[in-house]
Design a protein around this ligand. Structure first.
Ligand SMILES: Nc1nc2c(ncn2[C@@H]2O[C@H](COP(=O)(O)OP(=O)(O)OP(=O)(O)O)[C@@H](O)[C@H]2O)c(=O)[nH]1
Ligand SMILES: [Zn+2]
Length: 188
């Protein structure tokens, strides 16, 4: 994956400022292209990260019961409008064959996947599939709830509306009570 091209972003930001009728050489805007490029480097950091790498290290712990990390805050950028959408992700899995991951790695995977131009559905599915691929657990369930600024500050303008997506794999796809347990723990 290529590194983020800061000078190219700076040029693009200058062009946008000109296109909206601004003067990029006025004092308040002089450093704006540089600031935006630096910000994009940060908010799109996930372009250079592979969420699966976080699951390379596993602990050989014999725990084949539910693990849930809930309320993981995330910020992402809607790929249609390049404005933020943000909320919480909840990641549950049931380990198998001693493949238990560090709890922070679940949050790191969310972070890496969110920091790209994204769709909420794709964040949800990509995190679930990374865990399936690397840990081969009994099941994975990822629930994401988010507010999309493209639906609040512009367009349909529905502030407060929330989108909830889920991805269920393995036992969670087959067993309603396993899904219900996770949902009730998320709500509690
Ligand atoms: N499925 C999905 N849609 C999204 C997500 N983020 C934004 N969108 C939607 O992407 C759609 C883009 O629709 P278009 O008709 O191409 O663009 P638009 O004219 O700007 O649409 P409006 O937002 O309705 O004004 C909109 O309906 C957005 O609400 C997301 O994460 N998942
Ligand atoms: Zn959007």
């Amino acid at each position: 994956m290529s590194e983020i091209n800061r000078p190219q972003i700076e040029n693009a930001v200058r062009l946008i400022l000109e296109a909206i009728g601004e003067d990029p050489s006025r004092e308040g805007l002089l450093d704006t292209p540089k600031r935006v490029a630096k910000m994009y480097e940060e908010v799109f950091m996930g372009m250079n990260q592979d969420p699966e790498e976080y699951f390379d290290t596993v602990f050989g712990e014999d725990h084949e019961e539910l693990v849930l990390v809930k309320d993981i805050p995330f910020y992402s950028m809607c790929e249609h409008h390049l404005v933020p959408f943000f909320g919480k992700a909840h990641v549950a899995y049931i380990p198998k064959d001693g493949k238990v991951t560090g709890l922070s790695k679940l949050a790191r995977a969310v972070e890496a996947v969110a920091k790209r131009p994204q769709l909420q559905e794709r964040i949800t599915a990509t995190v679930a599939d990374a865990i399936v691929d690397k840990l081969k657990p009994h099941g994975v369930m990822v629930v994401v709830e988010a507010e999309h600024m493209c639906m609040t500050m512009r367009g349909v303008k529905k502030p407060g509306s929330k989108t909830i997506t889920s991805a269920v794999r393995g036992v969670f796809a087959e067993d309603v009570s396993a899904r219900s347990e996770v949902l009730s723990l998320i709500k509690s």
